[in-house]
Design a protein. Structure first.
Length: 328
């Protein structure tokens, strides 16, 4: 297994190691998985090609890293103002998303799976305050996926870097801002040391799905029992990763603010509205890049519409009610 993560990165690198151990244990040693962190066997962004070609058997990463292969791959990680974690799970498992993902990935000799989610991310670290859309003009920001293209549309200069290179780039001034994940991982990376302003919400990644794909030939060589075990382990890991991020982020945010002096800021509504308009255009263009991308986009948009309608009277309504000033 090749990964896009630095070795032992909390939540993501450690997830890959946990998967390897559980696959071995649950197959009683019939299958063993050796994990290579980013750069140990191939560079982070070459993991997709390594598995597609058979150099490696599986990867652990994020589909939007491979958007140069097909823009529609973004839909299987996250897109700006797209699905929250529960919604992407619903779409993939019961809304036709997995079948579309299988069809897309088969063209690259891959069999893909959900294997985690970071939850709603933070908006990123900035070395200056963002008070208007003008503040994005000329800003050098690290942001992958379609969120990066949205930033380009509103005037930023976008750089795509693996996680292990972010701190040095911020420290040297090669970038002025970066998104990474959220408080738990951002604290581990020490980003508070090189940027002061910590923004929310993470409009660009409202629930970043982590993926693992296996070389199709390797997948098809497994017995039915082995396939069932592997797919079950991956589905279980999908739930565990999100639970761990949810459990760790709040305490980490308090440390960032109270111990390290991070300045928490919320993006102004007018900035978010402008970003939302640009996001709609960028997501639509990704969905028009090929006939298969159009199928994926149409499925995504239809499911998103239903999710918003249900969410308004479910999670959103409840969370609003929980904030009311009653004694509890």
């Amino acid at each position: 297994m090749v990964t896009t993560w630095p070795k032992n990165l909390p939540g993501l690198g450690t997830s890959a190691e946990r998967l390897a151990l559980r696959i071995s244990e649950m197959t009683d040693g019939q299958l063993t998985v050796k994990v290579f962190a980013a750069g140990e066997l191939v560079p982070a962004f070459e993991a997709f090609d390594a598995v597609s070609s058979g150099t490696a058997d599986m990867y652990h990463g994020a589909e939007y890293y491979w958007q140069g292969k097909n823009p529609a791959l973004n839909f299987f990680t996250t897109v700006p103002f797209g699905f929250i974690p529960s919604e992407i799970n619903a779409w993939i498992y019961f809304g036709g998303g997995q079948e579309l993902w299988d069809e897309l990935s088969a063209g690259f000799n891959l069999k893909p799976f959900l294997v985690g989610n970071t939850g709603v991310q933070m908006g990123g670290w900035f070395n200056k305050e963002i008070n208007s859309l003008e503040d994005f003009k000329g800003l050098k920001i690290r942001m992958p996926g379609l969120g990066g293209e949205v930033c380009r549309r509103i005037g930023a200069s976008v750089v795509n870097l693996p996680g292990g290179e972010i701190f040095a780039a911020l420290q040297s001034g090669a970038i002025d801002a970066t998104e990474w994940v959220g408080p738990w991982n951002d604290l581990a990376f020490g980003l508070y040391k090189v940027a002061k302003f910590y923004y929310y919400p993470g409009w660009h990644e409202p629930g970043a799905a982590i993926s693992s794909a296996m070389n199709k030939g390797v997948w098809e060589s497994l017995t039915k029992a082995q396939q069932t075990i592997v797919s079950s382990v991956l589905a279980s890991e999908n739930a565990l990763v999100l639970a761990e991020f949810d459990a760790r982020n709040e305490g980490s945010l308090e440390v960032l603010i109270n111990k390290h002096g991070a300045q928490l800021r919320e993006f102004p509504n007018d900035v978010l509205e402008a970003i939302g308009t640009a996001s709609g255009q960028v997501v639509r263009e990704a969905g028009e890049s090929s006939p298969l991308a159009k199928k994926i986009y149409d499925s995504f948009i239809g499911f998103r519409r239903e999710a918003i309608a249900w969410g308004k009277i479910a999670e959103q309504a409840y969370l609003n009610a929980r904030l009311l000033p009653f004694k509890y």
